[in-house]
Design a binder for this molecule. Structure first.
Ligand code: ACO
Length: 390
């Protein structure tokens, strides 16, 4: 473990090695589109050959058309000898806040060496830059997206966080080949689709699964391991204030250990003081934090705003959301676990009542319901200790 709390795993060393190769100019990254009159067509042809080789089920004419399509941009990793080691052919839809990955491939000789991961991290940083400069890229009169070919020379040109002035989340959409789903998942993609502005704009591919990835403005993906390390360290520090995971207890006399709970620390962890307010508070705080961290929790984080949904309170008499539950917890309104569980159920049933079955809200509520039920089952033995006395 280093000072950032990062594990010196082979994956981390591999990622550092790739970035070092880039800095040592062992390969360069080109952004190429046929819409730029100065395009090196040979480079596009090499990109087409790479995609054709790696995506052998795709008709080659189709690949040719996509790579040379003037609306598409190709981010290409080019070796010192000019061969293309990897690439992403993509189409920006910045007006709709997303980018479609049309093709993505790494040459066979470079696969499983971290190149695909590096390419995706760089891609995310690059599209964030372009989305931010989108106004400048669009033709003033026609609103047509115009892109100039360029080379990415420097990884440090990408800022550590771009939060200010970025109101819209940015998404990447792709039809992932079923063999590559694992790779996409590792890069933060999910087949649970929340974003919907792509519908009708992207062609459907047989044998593929639509996946989405939200690109966070506040993360520099090329430094994501440091970012995660800092969060992990902060969490470990915060955990010290709610439990004693960091305390290492010694055993001075092993002959006194007759059952598991005789081991120092085990009894305290397993049997917190019965119904003590502090333990119930921590349990509910944990359950709320856990729900908030679920990818489907976004509709439930705050109360429904009557300005945004004027008729909501006409149909829903007892609104509930996770921030309200948190403030009830802070005010000591949960004396037992049941009222909290009832509030979670109320929040979800409100959602089922107000929203149609096909809406993303309804689907999120279904996912969260399953998730919460599993949590209740999993922690059943702990939760039982905080129930209302019979
Ligand atoms: N299944 C599961 N996990 C995978 C897969 C896979 N097929 N491929 C890579 N990974 C994982 C790796 O284990 C690694 O995980 P780690 O970071 O925890 O160690 C991570 O993904 C990154 O791996 P890389 O070595 O960076 O990936 P690689 O350079 O091999 O590139 C790629 C992956 C692009 C999918 C490559 O295998 C490829 O070109 N395949 C053929 C073409 C293809 O299928 N392209 C996608 C088609 S879908 C479309 O184009 C929209």
């Amino acid at each position: 473990m280093n000072s950032f709390g990062l594990d010196d795993t082979p994956a981390r060393k591999r990622d550092e090695e790739i970035q070092r190769s880039f800095r040592d100019r062992k390969f360069r990254v080109f952004l190429v589109t046929s819409s730029d009159p100065e395009t090196d067509n040979m480079l596009l042809l090499r990109a087409k050959c790479l995609f054709q080789k790696q995506l052998s089920k795709m008709p080659k004419e189709y690949i040719f058309r996509q790579v040379f399509d003037s609306k598409h941009i190709n981010m290409l990793l080019v070796n010192e000898d000019g061969t293309v080691a990897g690439g992403i052919c993509y189409r920006p839809f910045f007006e709709q806040s997303f980018v479609e990955v049309v093709f993505l491939a790494v040459d066979y000789d470079f696969q499983v060496k971290g190149m695909g991961g590096f390419m995706m991290d760089l891609f995310k940083e690059n599209i964030k830059m372009d989305a931010r400069g989108y106004e400048g890229l669009a033709d003033d009169v026609l609103g047509i997206f115009r892109y100039k070919n360029r080379i990415i020379e420097d990884l440090d040109c990408f800022p550590d966080g771009m939060v200010n002035g970025m109101p819209h989340p940015l998404y990447i959409m792709a039809y992932a080949d079923n063999f590559a789903i694992g790779y996409f998942k590792k890069q933060g993609f999910s087949s649970e689709i929340r974003f919907d502005k792509w519908v009708g704009l992207i062609k459907d591919y047989e044998g593929g699964t639509i996946v989405e990835c939200r690109v966070y403005w506040e993360i520099n993906y090329l430094k994501k391991k440091e970012f995660i390390g800092k969060i992990k360290n902060k969490l470990l520090e915060d955990m010290k204030t709610v439990n004693e995971y960091h305390v290492i207890r010694g055993i001075s006399d092993y002959s006194k250990i007759r059952k598991v709970t005789d081991i120092p620390g085990v009894f305290d962890a397993e049997y917190p003081a019965q119904n003590s307010t502090g333990s119930l508070y921590r349990l509910i705080l944990y359950l709320i934090s856990d729900l908030r961290g679920n990818a489907s929790a976004w509709p439930f984080l705050k109360p429904v705003d009557p300005l945004e949904v004027p008729d909501y309170h006409r149909y829903i008499v007892k609104p509930m959301d996770l921030s309200t539950m948190l403030s009830k917890l802070e005010k000591g309104e949960y004396k037992f676990i049941e009222p909290f569980v009832e509030d979670v159920k109320l929040m979800l049933s409100n959602c089922f009542e107000y929203n149609g079955k096909d809406t993303p809200y309804y689907k999120c509520a279904q996912i969260l319901q399953g998730y919460f039920d599993d949590k209740l089952k999993f922690y059943g033995h702990v939760i039982a200790r905080f129930s209302t006395p019979q």
